[in-house]
Design a protein. Structure first.
Length: 392
């Protein structure tokens, strides 16, 4: 692990210089994937707008050897080739989700030959358009995989007691292996009581305190129902051949749905984990220590290139919709595809990581098409797992 420091700019010494395309550290250029090319261009625009004239600087401080300066960060000079020759790998969540679904379809087919199909019950309270879209996608995926599903749609006026009765009924039905309550619920409903009323063995969202406790206790992943987004992130890392053991992981965000359970899963996989949040002192410096950097805070473009250790893996959990030309220029100044999409739809999506930061990484999840694509796949995986654990 390199030592990272904030530095003060000073005049270049004679033996110092700028790291540019003709610097001796460079190798012949590597053809970049289109996605990586776009982010390299975005990084260039980001540097220019923020007053940084050069890609990086080789600088010698009094009493020490030369260092590589990137934005506000200082690294050992032997990392220069990591910057100049870098072609980040795009971690394709859509392809990984398709692979998982294919495996699940085979498992479901095998289960149906021996007995009933795994069963999922979804509760959708009221008529929130976004929730209706999500639920339709989940029910559709069940049908594609051969999982039995049923949708319960109480009115928005349903009381907590009425919803608790519905959950109790589903808990008692043997053909139902998983119960999912689509969030958010109306304000008058006690969400905590409702989620905790689900039988832990049917809690396919992985939110029940008993399942959280099992996860914290280090139960094997095949025997615990973990929250879908963190479980999806672990699948992305595993299936992409990115080792977690012994690595330094920094998770920005401490929610019960993503940040906290993911931190536990990374610890269980033998990573050294730091969780950052709004009260973290010098968050940027902590982030720069990460081999694996996870952004899950719901703030568009919060993680900038200066917060990323060159060669790190970036997992961007955020999905934020931007609808102003100012934000479009801020995040995608030279991305013509994004501009065309924005002109047609009036908005586009950006994660919690500034797209310019991806050019510094070794690998990253795009938005869209990254972590979000795994969420429904992992819900299906939890449903199949719940059926296996319940029925043996």
């Amino acid at each position: 692990m390199c030592c990272l420091n904030i530095y003060a700019r000073e005049k270049l010494l004679p033996e110092e210089g700028f790291l540019s395309s003709d610097h001796p550290f460079n190798s012949p250029p590597i053809p970049a994937q289109p996605e990586a090319k776009r982010h390299s261009s975005t990084w260039e625009s980001h540097r220019q707008k923020n007053g940084s004239k050069h890609l990086a600087v080789i600088r010698r401080s009094p009493g020490s050897g030369p260092h590589l300066i990137l934005g506000q960060a200082r690294y050992p000079v032997d990392m220069a080739s990591t910057i100049t020759n870098n072609v980040p790998r795009v971690l394709d969540g859509i392809a990984i989700a398709a692979q998982i679904k294919s495996e699940l379809a085979e498992q479901v087919a095998s289960a149906r030959r021996l007995g009933p199909a795994p069963g999922l019950a979804v509760i959708l309270v009221g008529e929130v358009p976004a929730s209706q879209i999500y639920v339709r996608s989940k029910v559709k995926t069940c049908g594609e995989l051969g999982i039995y599903s049923e949708l319960h749609t109480p009115s928005a006026n349903a009381t907590t007691e009425e919803l608790l009765d519905l959950v109790a009924s589903l808990n008692s039905r043997d053909e139902i292996d998983g119960i999912l309550i689509q969030l958010p619920l109306p304000q008058h409903v006690d969400t905590t009581r409702l989620l905790e009323a689900i039988a832990p063995q049917k809690d396919v969202d992985g939110f029940h305190p008993i399942n959280a406790g099992r996860l914290l206790n280090g139960s094997p992943v095949e025997k615990v129902l973990a929250p879908c987004t963190p479980a999806g992130i672990m699948e992305i890392l595993r299936r992409s051949g990115i080792s977690v053991r012994g690595k330094r992981a920094v998770v920005i965000g401490r929610s019960n749905i993503v940040g906290k359970p993911l931190a536990v899963m990374l610890v269980n996989a033998s990573a050294t984990v730091t969780v950052c949040h709004s009260q973290t002192t010098d968050l940027a410096a902590v982030a720069r220590e990460a081999d694996i950097l996870v952004a899950a805070i719901g703030r568009p473009g919060f993680v900038t290139p200066e917060m990323v250790r060159p060669g790190a893996t970036i997992i961007d959990v955020g999905i934020n919709r931007i609808a102003t030309t100012e934000d479009l220029e801020r995040f995608f100044p030279d991305d013509q595809a994004r501009h065309a999409s924005f002109a047609k739809r009036g908005s586009t999506l950006v994660g919690d990581v500034h797209p310019a930061a991806f050019a510094v990484s070794a690998a990253y999840t795009p938005v869209p098409g990254g972590v979000g694509a795994l969420t429904i796949a992992m819900l299906m995986a939890n449903t199949v797992k719940a059926a296996r654990l319940r029925r043996g």
